[in-house]
Design a binder for this molecule. Structure first.
Ligand SMILES: [Zn+2]
Length: 113
């Protein structure tokens, strides 16, 4: 991928990070976040797939095509499972290991002490 296209991809990515940060860290509504989290993560994955494919179209081949889709789909899937929300305070909690059901909210644990 030419350098210019990498910059464009980085700009697209940054443009997604800002609303992302507002949605996950400023917004304290756990219910709302849980409701929108799935499609939002897959939406970002989809945008990244389409823009990566479009920007890399000059060097397009079948391997590149599948690698881009696989990487982005894996990340989207991982984040839908790894990010959970505290029902008590609405905090966004990131699990390094996905599929953990328990929510150990550090903010609420501090308040209980
Ligand atoms: Zn909490």
């Amino acid at each position: 991928m030419p350098f210019k296209n990498m910059v464009i991809l980085a700009v697209i990515w940054c443009a997604l990070v800002v609303p992302n940060a507002v949605f996950y860290f400023v917004n304290k509504d756990a219910k709302l976040k849980r409701k929108n989290h799935g499609w939002w993560m897959w939406g970002i994955g989809f945008v990244m797939i389409v823009s990566s494919l479009w920007l890399g179209r000059a060097q397009m081949n079948l391997l590149y095509f599948f690698v881009i889709i696989a990487i982005n789909a894996a990340f989207s899937f991982y984040y839908t499972k790894a990010i959970v929300f505290c029902d008590t305070c609405g905090k966004t909690i990131f699990h390094i290991y996905p599929f953990q059901k328990t929510v150990n909210c550090s903010g609420c644990a501090d308040k209980r002490q």
